[in-house]
Design a protein around this ligand. Structure first.
Ligand code: G4P
Length: 277
């Protein structure tokens, strides 16, 4: 199995920064990629946010299998999280993001009640988005905050210069998301993340990666590749597409790039690469 290298130095620094920022946060919104909910989840967050309220967002739900996303939502809610599917590129009405406000309110209900009893009404709740690179944190922040949030003021007494964005009047969102590093303890995690484009292609050569993707897709449903290409190996897909080099040999590199691009762009359909349990 291919071994994927990562950068522990960078990881330590980021973790330390996150731990500091966490101190002023009430609720942590963890973004996952709905196509790979476990692989895109950094378990360090459980330690970093252990005293915090948590909401899980299965983002890019538009690219994932709807039925399996529903199973994942159930899986995570059985674990005690509020979990919701979102497509941060959709319009607000359709994206599922309004459910986030509901989830945030629910998860904070007892704390808000306590504040009320102490006479602190309307103290905004402070939230932070966290997730591994490329999971859609910036897109999601822009999506839920909109234009109104961009004029939120500095809060005195906390990190100088830190901006807070307003979400629906009741929440303040830290403007910079917490970036976690993916965990590659299991090589398949790296492969799934590379398939979705979350980590750079060049951690693996593209032909190897595309062959892994083919294996995963075939194990999910043998019709996925058949439907689009009427073929189910890199070689035959290349043939069908007419990707030939001099001498009539199939250009596997070009085929691999095409397959990966088409998968990532949703052209093979809405596909989730890992199933609960
Ligand atoms: P990050 O801050 O977590 O690193 O992620 P970022 O928001 O930059 O998003 C990474 C990529 O994922 C972007 O695509 C973004 O458009 C896309 N994305 C984010 N949320 C969703 C979603 O819910 N559904 C889909 N289909 N895509 C989503 P990109 O190719 O890097 O840029 P662009 O094509 O948007 O210019």
């Amino acid at each position: 199995m291919t071994h994927i290298q990562w950068y522990p130095g960078h990881m330590t620094k980021t973790k330390r920064m996150l731990a500091t920022q966490m101190k002023i946060i009430d609720v942590v919104v963890e973004l996952l990629d709905a196509r790979v909910p476990l692989s895109s989840r950094n378990p360090d967050i459980d330690t970093l946010a252990k005293d915090k309220r948590r909401v899980l967002v299965l983002n890019k739900a538009d690219l994932a299998d709807e039925k399996i996303t529903a199973q994942w939502e159930e899986y995570f809610s059985d674990m005690g999280f509020f979990a919701l599917a979102v497509n941060a590129k959709e319009s607000k009405k359709k994206s599922g993001a309004t459910n986030l406000i509901t989830a945030l309110k629910k998860t904070m209900a007892d704390k808000v009640e306590k504040q009320k009893q102490r006479g602190r009404i309307n103290a905004p709740i402070r939230a932070m988005i966290v997730g591994i690179p490329n999971v859609g944190k910036s897109t999601f922040i822009n999506h839920i905050v909109g234009r109104a949030g961009a004029i939120a003021a500095d809060r005195p007494g906390v990190t100088r210069g830190r901006q807070w964005l307003k979400v629906g009047g009741e929440f303040d969102l830290m403007d910079t998301p917490g970036v976690l590093w993916p965990k590659f303890d299991d090589p398949m995690v790296g492969i799934r993340l590379a398939c979705t484009g979350a980590v750079n292609d060049d951690i693996l050569d593209r032909i190897t990666l595309a062959n892994h993707l083919i294996q995963i897709l075939e194990s999910l449903d043998t019709m996925i590749l058949q439907k689009r290409y009427k073929a189910n190996t890199l070689e035959t897909i290349g043939e069908v597409r007419g990707f030939k080099m001099k001498g009539g040999v199939v250009d596997l590199e070009r085929t691999a790039i095409t397959l990966l691009d088409e998968f990532r762009g949703g052209k093979l359909g809405r596909i989730t690469l890992e199933l609960p349990n």
